[in-house]
Design a protein around this ligand. Structure first.
Ligand code: UDP
Length: 212
């Protein structure tokens, strides 16, 4: 087949992403896992290739979806793929809801039941896991990761590489005065974030406070 799509990362995240890409592209592309340390020759009906094998494959068009939760690894692999001329594909469940003026940069993974309302901007290689939502007027940076069921309310800014844990809720900001989750911050599972979180901080609990 002329088109090859690689799910980069053949572990938990990647195995959840493959069925989304299969539903989107099975008719038009061969789908494989790509992993620097392949766990098997094949997984769930798809070959597991090393990156070198993926590069050597004779397909005319090659793209990947970076399906690894660790955002620093995603960034490293994005740079590697870009320098080798490999493009990125978005993985999107059929029931993702997107309302008006939602801009999503390349490489996103949008799991089942993810919802975006209106006037939202999202950076590269965003992961929105099962049942997460993003409300109006949010700006989300590059390599941001949402675990399942993240509730991100309106007028929130989330900077690059932030990680938001399962079931966390982020309070709505104000127009012109958003609630900001700083670069690389980690919001723990189930946290209720009521005010801005500094870059690099780890917050947990309700209301969310720095982890001690
Ligand atoms: N991996 C890789 N290249 C890297 C780092 C990781 O191919 O530079 C692969 C690693 O071999 C593993 C997967 O990515 O198969 C990450 O799996 P893990 O269970 O740690 O994370 P998750 O699937 O939850 O994101």
């Amino acid at each position: 087949m002329a088109n090859l799509i690689g799910v980069y990362g053949a572990s938990g995240c990647g195995r959840g992403v493959m069925p989304l890409l299969r539903a989107q592209h099975a008719q038009s592309a061969e789908l494989v896992f790509v992993d620097d340390n392949p766990p098997a020759e094949a997984l769930n009906g798809h070959a597991c290739l090393t990156y070198a094998e993926f590069l050597k494959h004779s397909a005319g068009s090659k793209k990947v979806c970076l399906a690894i939760a660790n955002s620093a690894i995603r960034e490293k692999l994005a740079l590697r793929c870009t320098s080798d001329g490999i493009g990125f594909v978005q993985a999107r469940a059929h029931n993702v809801v997107e309302m008006d003026e939602v801009e999503i940069a390349e490489g996103a993974i949008l799991s089942p039941f993810v919802t975006f309302t209106s006037n939202i901007k999202i950076g590269k290689h965003f992961h929105a896991n099962l049942y997460s939502y993003v409300e109006h007027d949010c700006i989300i940076g590059n390599f941001v990761t949402f675990a399942p069921s993240v509730h991100c309310n309106g007028n929130v800014v989330i900077e690059d590489h932030a990680y938001i844990g399962t079931g966390a809720m982020i309070k709505q900001g104000l127009p012109g005065k958003p609630l900001v989750i700083g670069r690389g911050a980690v919001v723990g599972m189930g946290a209720v974030v009521t005010k801005s979180v500094p870059a690099g901080a780890v917050v947990v609990g309700n209301p969310a406070r720095p982890k001690v």
